[in-house]
Design a binder for this molecule. Structure first.
Ligand code: ZN
Length: 337
């Protein structure tokens, strides 16, 4: 299991949150927000374990060893209620959101006497998955929280939550992790250093994303192809040869455009940050280094426009091979100008 201390690089706010838990002053509702893959759900679980741990010394919680901590590892603590899309607490036909019946059932359960202690923890994963009626019901609960019940919620996009829910919660925003922190996390999971570093650089500061791609050979093969074909092409005479390799791969268009957007944004970032702390330039793949040497920060806006135009053309049913040709041409053009 992960411990709250594994997240200390997320900043002083976490320390003060832990102090509150240890001193028994924890706010009744916490909303952990941030991009996908930063570890919001793991942090929520670690804090839930700190709240439910039975160790005699508050400062040692979560101990990772007591019965409560062990039950927390599989999210099976009797005083824990886990709410998430696709795992309804009571049978429901709603599959694409968290239904109001989950919130009603949670309220019923927290109204019962606690099993192990007096304290209850409610974990809500991706709180924005609650549909409108679920959010309204949750709001009422947060307005009059049951005693000794702690709500730990995560969300990617707080704008999709009722502002009144957000204002009832203490907010904790997770930020991108440093590359070397992600590298050591992957190494602890058994990845060799070079692979861990590649995945960390590619992940945009997200340990979850890094872990997901580190062992995914298909991901790296696709990336290498994109590097070779879209960033490695320097001559117009090669465009038709490249586009013919892509012509029957329209089903990968979305993945291709998203990857190009990501890579171009990252290079733009690297070109702006000369020291490149988040993105050491010497560690970029060769085609990107060569791009960076040829381009100015302003070029990247044109490159992103070219990708978005390609998307629009494809949506307007332009043949995919032609879309690819026009895109590579536009990428070369943007760099030449
Ligand atoms: Zn414990």
């Amino acid at each position: 299991m992960l411990f709250p201390k594994d997240f200390l690089s997320q900043g002083e706010a976490l320390n003060s949150l832990l102090r509150k838990i240890h001193e028994g002053r924890m706010t009744h509702a916490l909303l952990i927000s941030g991009e996908e893959g930063l570890g919001k759900w793991s942090l929520a679980q670690a804090l839930a374990a700190a709240l439910l741990c039975e160790d005699d010394s508050p400062l040692a919680r979560p101990c990772g060893k007591c019965r409560a901590c062990i039950q927390m590892e599989s999210l099976l603590h009797p005083d824990l209620i886990v709410i998430r899309k696709g795992a309804p607490l009571v049978p429901s036909d709603v599959k694409t959101s968290i239904p109001v019946s989950d919130i009603q059932e949670m309220i019923r359960r927290v109204g019962l006497k606690g099993y192990e202690g007096t304290r209850r923890v409610v974990l809500v994963r991706h709180a924005e998955d609650m549909n409108d009626s679920a959010q309204n019901k949750m709001l009422k609960t947060l307005e009059e929280p049951p005693e000794e019940t702690y709500f730990l919620m995560t969300c990617v996009n707080a704008d999709k939550l009722l502002p009144t829910i957000v204002s009832r919660c203490q907010l904790f925003k997770m930020h991108a992790w440093k590359t070397d922190e992600i590298v050591s996390q992957l190494e602890r999971k058994g990845y060799e250093h070079a692979k861990a570093e590649d995945a960390a650089l590619e992940s945009g500061g997200s340990p979850g994303r890094a872990l997901q791609i580190a062992g995914d050979e298909a991901y790296w093969a696709f990336r290498d192809e994109i590097l070779r074909d879209f960033f490695g092409c320097t001559e117009r005479s090669r465009i038709s040869e490249i586009s013919s390799r892509w012509k029957d791969r329209k089903d990968q268009a979305d993945a291709l455009f998203s990857a190009l957007n990501l890579y171009i944004s990252r290079m733009m970032h690297a070109s702006l940050l000369e020291s490149g702390e988040a993105m050491p330039l010497e560690k970029l793949p060769d085609p990107w280094k060569s791009w960076l040497s040829r381009s100015a920060p302003g070029d990247y806006v044109r490159l992103l426009d070219a990708v978005s135009l390609a998307r629009k053309r494809l949506m307007a049913n332009v043949n995919f091979q032609i879309v690819v040709e026009q895109l590579i041409f536009a990428l070369l053009e943007a760099l030449d100008s």
